[in-house]
Every structure is written in C-alpha cells, then in structure tokens.
Design a protein around this ligand. Structure first.
Ligand code: FAD
Ligand code: FES
Length: 339
C-alpha cells in the first residue's frame, strides 16, 4: 500500500502565523480516487532530508466539500520536517504522499459536536467543523486554546464560519496569556454553557497534556467514553516498551503479508513492526506512535501488548487487532496477519 507515494504539487502556500503554514496540494488526475478523503483524516508525507528518509502524518485542514486538499503544518521547535516545510515549501514544489487515512472522522451520528482543539490540533478539527456545518444539520461548539491571539491558526476562517452559521456554531477562544493555561474548571464551565452534554459527540486534538486534561474532565462530567474521539500528534510519555518490559520467552514471530509467510527469530524489545522490517518485508506504517492506525494487523496466534493505542477500540483489541508499531509480543510464538 505504501510502496507508491504519489507526487502532489504545491498549488498554494499560506503562512497562517509566524510558525504555521498551509499547503494546498494538487493530486494528479490518475490518483484522484486514492486521495479522496473524509474530514478529519490525515495523509503521510515522505521526505528525504539530511540523507535520510522521513515519514510524517499531516491532517487535512480542508473539508472535502471545498474540493481542496490542504494540510497545515506547525513548527515543532527543533523538529526536522515541520521546520523544513515552513521554511522551504514553495508553489510548484512536489511532496510525496501516501493516501489519506484515519478514524478521527464524523460518524453517522446526528448528535451535536463538541470539539476541543489547542495549537496545531485545530487542523483536523477545522476540517470536521467545516464539514459538519456544510453537510449536516448538526450544531457545533468549538473550544480553541492558544498561547496568545497571535498564535491562532485560521482566526479569520473560523470567524467567517461563525458568521455564516450564527445559530449552529458557538466558538470560544481561550488565550493562555489572558486566562492562564486551560484547567479542569475551564473545561467544566465550557461544558456547562452548552445544551445537553450527554447528547453530543466529542472531538479532542492538541498537545498531550491538553488532551489528557480535557479527556479526563469530559469523562468526569459523565460523558460515555464511546462518545470521545481523540487524535494524538505525539506519543504519550511513559512506557517505552524496552526489552525489560517484553516477554523473555518469545522465540519467533510469524508474519503473513502479501500472501507470503515469513518466520523471524524474535529479538527482545522489538515491536512486531520492527520484526517485519528485520525480515526485509514492506508493511504499511506511518506515525510509529500508535496514533494513526496505518500499521494495523491481526494476531491469530499468541499474544502481544500495546505500549500505546489511540486507534483500536476494545472490541477490535479483543478480536486480536494490534497497531504493530506498538505491539510487543508476550507469548512464545506470535502469528500476525496483515489483512
Ligand atoms: C495522525 C497525526 C496527524 C498529525 N497532523 C498534524 C497536523 O495537521 N499539523 C502538524 O503540524 N502536525 C501534525 N502531526 C505531527 C507531525 O506528524 C510531526 O510529528 C510534527 O510535524 C513534528 O515533526 P518534525 O519532523 O518537525 O519533528 P521531529 O524531527 O520528528 O522532532 C519532534 C520533536 O522531537 C524532538 N527531537 C527530535 N530528535 C530528538 C532527539 N534526538 N533527542 C531529543 N529530542 C529530539 C524535536 O526537538 C521535536 O521537538 C500529526 C501527527 C499524527 C500522528
Ligand atoms: S504507524 Fe501509526 S499507529 Fe502504527
């Protein structure tokens, strides 16, 4: 699936703030079907920099009904690809991308939408909000946190949406430099100001600590976990899945991929994705932090534990699915199938 990254040409470059750039990308006509996307999804860029190949996920900040495919990249201090894109992306340039993916999307639901975004987390959230307002009758309440007014991405586009849908979109900006960093009381008071907190789907995207705080507060307010949708851009801190935390008993990993079966001797500490690479196989992957779902496969024999999983629900995990980039074998033999 990921062998064929397609060349997308940069049609437009918009410097949204001093540290965020939007790129409108043209998809070659013969790739149009593969690059159809749903609001909230991301694509994977592959760039060669400093003599190495790097893959990074970027969410679409556009909504499909606009006919555009746009990503928005915020500088990560010290980050390689985000700064390179902000500094050098130019009209006419080519970026190599794998097709859109992701589960941070609008479901069939007709419930209200309550969205929490912070910083670059607005990217998929803007896409979702725009799509929901354009293509459904759902009401949307958006809480958007930034350090300061200057760091707000899409300030004007959001104001325009609010003007166009005064009865359906409630937009609340939060500025840390004015009101302090977001705390549980702020989230609680935003929830209180809405109609019915139980009759809504919740979407959360932003830096890890912001997401953790909002998730905890929303759950504490009694919202069922199934109503929460989270998109993480970075791995949560903590368990790194080193050799000491895996089963010393694991001997081999059997991989079924592209109608071939390959057996790999297990090296302590390796994830299943690393085993696949050791075998010289080409399996799909992207974020490598358990957030995107690109690397999902199914364990049909044996077991593994996931260091981080932001993608699979309990039923899928019970059915044997794992994000292989985070899956550490815990049984003598593990057999994994890429379906
Ligand atoms: C599903 C998904 C969607 C995403 N969507 C977006 C989006 O819409 N917009 C967006 O801006 N981002 C998005 N991201 C994040 C994006 O993929 C990148 O992770 C981000 O741009 C940083 O990449 P980078 O190459 O600039 O940073 P990297 O070079 O990967 O560095 C990341 C951080 O690690 C630090 N670091 C790097 N190497 C070391 C080292 N050796 N030791 C210590 N620290 C180090 C850097 O200083 C930096 O702070 C998304 C991520 C996911 C998983
Ligand atoms: S590569 Fe993204 S979840 Fe594994």
């Amino acid at each position: 699936m990921f062998d064929d990254f397609a060349p997308l040409r940069i049609r437009e470059v918009v410097h949204e703030t001093s540290d965020a750039v939007s790129l409108v990308l043209d998809v070659p006509p013969d790739q149009a079907e593969r690059f159809r996307y749903r609001a909230g999804q991301f694509l994977t860029l592959q760039v060669d920099l400093d003599g190495r190949r790097h893959r990074r996920c970027y969410s679409m900040s556009s909504a499909p009904h606009t006919g555009k495919l746009q990503i928005t990249v915020k500088r990560d201090p010290g980050g390689l690809v985000s700064n390179w894109l902000n500094d050098t992306a130019a009209i006419g340039g080519l970026l190599y991308a794998a097709p859109p993916q992701g589960r941070f999307v609008l479901g069939e639901s007709e419930r209200d939408i309550v969205a929490f975004a912070a910083g670059s987390g607005i990217t998929p959230v803007f896409s979702l909000v725009d799509a929901a307002l354009a293509e459904s009758a759902r009401n949307v309440r958006l809480f958007y946190a930034n350090r300061s007014r200057q760091s707000v991405i899409f300030a004007r586009a959001l104001a325009e949406l609010a003007d166009r849908h005064p009865d359906r979109l409630t937009l609340t900006h939060h500025f840390d430099e004015v009101s302090g960093v977001v705390d549980p009381a702020v989230v609680e008071s935003f929830l209180d100001s809405g109609r019915d907190r139980f009759d809504a789907d919740y979407y959360i995207c932003g830096p890890g600590p912001f997401m953790d705080l909002v998730e905890k507060s929303v759950l504490a307010a009694g919202v069922p976990p199934a109503r929460l949708h989270l998109e993480r851009f970075e791995a949560p801190p903590g368990d790194t899945g080193d050799a000491a935390t895996t089963s010393a008993a694991t001997q081999e990993v059997v991989i079924e991929l592209d109608r071939r079966t390959t057996t790999v001797r297990y090296r302590a500490g390796d994830t299943i994705l690393q085993c696949v690479r050791t075998a010289g196989l080409r399996a799909p992957y992207s974020c490598e932090i358990g957030s995107c779902g690109t690397c999902i496969a199914r364990i049909v024999e044996g077991s593994a534990r996931m260091v981080n999983n932001d993608v699979l629900d309990d039923d899928e995990v019970a059915a044997g699915y794992v994000v292989t980039c985070q899956a550490l074998p815990t049984s003598p033999t593990v057999r994994v199938v890429y379906e």
